[in-house]
Write a protein that binds this ligand. Structure first.
Ligand SMILES: [Zn+2]
Length: 448
C-alpha cells in the first residue's frame, strides 16, 4: 500500500472567520483561544473547532513549527509547538468541551471522528493552504490515560532548504561533497539523530546530481517530500516490500543512482555495498553517533571489511544547531583557559588539543544568547547544520581492512583526512557568530 494513496484532497473550505478574527494572528495563540471560548453559545461547536484548528495551523506555520502537539491534560487543553527542535507551550488553558478540536483534526486526517475503543495505529495526512502555500500535515494519534494525544507534523517545503548551498556547509566541505557525489559508483553514508536534517541533506545531494540523463530511484519510509524527476518508492513491511526486497527490485530498474532511506540489517547492507561495487552510486543513512563509527556498525552487521573498503566513498554526520537571534545576541569574549581545559580533559589528547586551539584562537569572539520578543525569549531563531565529513583515503581504507576500532579510524580521519568533528565544525560556526558555544556543546554533548 502506498501511503500517498491516503492523501486527502486539499481543504478548500472558505475561511469562516470574520475579518476581525483573521487579524488575531498578531496576538498569541493562547489569546485567540481565550477569545474563542468567550464566543461559546453563539456558534455551533464544530464551527468553533474549525476556527480553532485553523488558528493553530496558521500560528504553527508562522512560528516555523515542525510539529504541533495537541494534548489532553486532565481538565486542560495543552497545545505545544516544536520550534527549532524545542517544544514550547502555546496553549495551556481549561478545556472547553463545546469545542470538539480533536474530532475536527481526526476528520481532516481521514480518521473516524471518535477515537477507536481499542488501540490501533492511526496515521493520516491532509493538505491545507496556509500562509499562501499548500502545506502537508501528517497526523498521528496516541491514546494516553488522560485522553487522545495528536501530533501533527508540518511538512513545509519552504522550510526545507533543498540545496547544498543552504545546509550550512562551509565552502571547503561543500566542494568535497560535490566531488564525492560525482563518482560514477560507490556508496556515501549520512548519519545523525532523528531530526538532524539528514533527509534534507540526502535530497539536496540527489538534487545536485540529478539530470534527465540519469535514472534516480529512491526507497524511503516514509516518502516525506516528492521531488521532481526522482522515482520514489515507499517501503511497506505489510506487503513484503522491505528494504532488501525494494533494493532487489530497484536493481532490475536500470538505476544509475539509488537512495536507500536507511540501512539497518545485514541483508540490505550487503546488497547496497555490492551494488555500489558494480557501477551504481548509492546514498543512504545509517544510525550511529558519528561518521567513523559507521564502519564499526557495518562490521557489527556482518559486512566483510573488503566490501566496505572498496565501496565506501565517505560519510557525513550532522546535527542542527539553533542560530542565535540577530535582534538580541550579545558579544562575548572566549572562555578562560581553565574552563576550556576542564572541557577537553576527557577527550582524546590530540583531539582535545585541536578543540582547545579552535576555541581560544587569538582574537576569537563569540555571541551569547539573551532573549527578546522577536525570538520568544529563547535567544535563538532558526537552525543550521554542523557537519563531520569523512572521505575515504588510503590510510582509512587500510584500517578498515585491519578491522580497526572506531577511535583509531576517527583519529586517522582527523590527522590524514582533515576531518573536522561535529564539535570542531560547531566551534567554527560559533566563531563566525552564527550560533553560540553553549548551543554547540548542548547539541554535541553526547559526542565527546
Ligand atoms: Zn531575540
Amino acid at each position: 500500500m502506498v501511503f500517498w494513496a491516503n492523501e486527502k484532497p486539499e481543504d478548500r473550505s472558505p475561511d469562516r472567520r470574520g475579518p476581525a478574527a483573521q487579524q488575531q494572528l498578531s496576538g498569541t495563540l493562547e489569546d485567540s483561544y481565550n477569545e474563542l471560548v468567550k464566543v461559546k453559545g453563539h456558534t455551533p461547536g464544530i464551527d468553533l473547532a474549525i476556527r480553532l484548528s485553523d488558528l493553530i495551523l496558521e500560528h504553527a506555520v508562522k512560528e516555523r513549527s515542525s510539529d504541533v502537539h495537541i494534548e489532553s491534560q486532565g481538565a486542560n487543553l495543552r497545545v505545544r509547538f516544536r520550534v527549532d527542535g524545542i517544544l514550547q507551550d502555546m496553549i495551556n488553558s481549561p478545556k472547553n468541551s463545546d469545542i470538539p478540536l480533536t474530532q475536527r483534526i481526526r476528520v481532516l486526517a481521514g480518521f473516524d471522528p471518535e477515537p477507536p475503543t481499542s488501540f490501533r495505529n492511526e496515521e493520516g495526512r491532509f493538505q491545507k493552504m496556509l500562509a499562501g502555500r499548500a502545506i502537508q500535515i501528517r497526523v498521528s494519534s496516541f491514546p494516553t490515560v488522560n485522553g487522545e494525544k495528536l501530533v501533527l507534523r508540518v511538512l513545509d517545503r519552504q522550510q526545507l532548504g533543498l540545496d547544498l548551498d543552504q545546509l550550512g556547509l562551509d565552502p571547503e566541505a561543500k566542494d568535497i561533497i560535490k566531488k564525492a557525489i560525482r563518482n560514477p559508483y560507490g556508496i556515501f553514508f549520512i548519519t545523525g539523530s532523528t531530526g538532524s536534517g539528514k533527509t534534507t541533506s540526502l535530497y539536496a545531494m540527489l538534487k545536485n546530481i540529478n539530470t534527465p540523463m540519469i535514472n534516480v530511484l529512491t526507497l524511503e519510509d516514509p516518502v516525506e517530500y516528492r521531488l521532481e524527476g526522482l522515482n520514489q518508492a515507499q517501503i511497506s513491511a505489510k506487503t513484503g516490500f522491505t528494504w532488501a526486497e525494494g533494493l532487489r527490485t530497484i536493481l532490475r530498474q536500470d538505476p544509475d543512482v539509488i537512495m536507500v532511506g536507511e540501512i539497518r540489517d545485514y541483508e540490505s547492507a550487503e546488497i547496497s555495498l555490492r551494488a555500489a561495487l558494480t557501477g551504481h552510486l548509492l546514498f543512504t543513512t545509517i544510525h550511529t553517533i558519528n561518521a567513523p563509527s559507521i564502519i564499526e556498525r557495518l562490521f557489527e552487521m556482518g559486512v566483510p571489511p573488503f566490501l566496505i573498503a572498496s565501496s565506501m566513498l565517505g560519510a557525513m554526520s550532522q546535527r542542527l544547531v539553533r542560530k542565535v537571534c540577530p535582534h538580541c545576541s550579545q558579544k562575548a569574549a572566549a572562555p578562560s583557559d581553565a574552563v576550556v581545559n576542564e572541557f577537553v580533559k576527557n577527550m582524546d589528547p590530540a583531539e582535545g588539543k585541536i578543540v582547545k586551539e579552535l576555541i581560544l584562537k587569538p582574537g576569537a569572539t563569540y555571541n551569547v544568547e539573551k532573549g527578546c520578543p522577536e525570538c520568544r525569549n529563547t535567544g535563538y531563531m532558526g537552525r543550521t547544520g554542523i557537519f563531520e565529513l569523512m572521505i575515504m583515503n588510503e590510510e582509512i581504507r587500510k584500517q578498515v581492512l585491519d578491522h580497526a576500532p572506531t577511535d583509531l579510524i576517527k583519529r586517522t580521519a582527523v590527522q590524514t583526512g582533515q576531518m573536522k568533528t561535529l564539535l570542531m565544525d560547531g566551534i567554527l560556526k560559533a566563531r563566525t557568530g552564527v550560533t553560540t558555544l553553549a548551543e554547540v556543546i548542548r547539541v554535541t554533548a553526547t559526542m565527546v
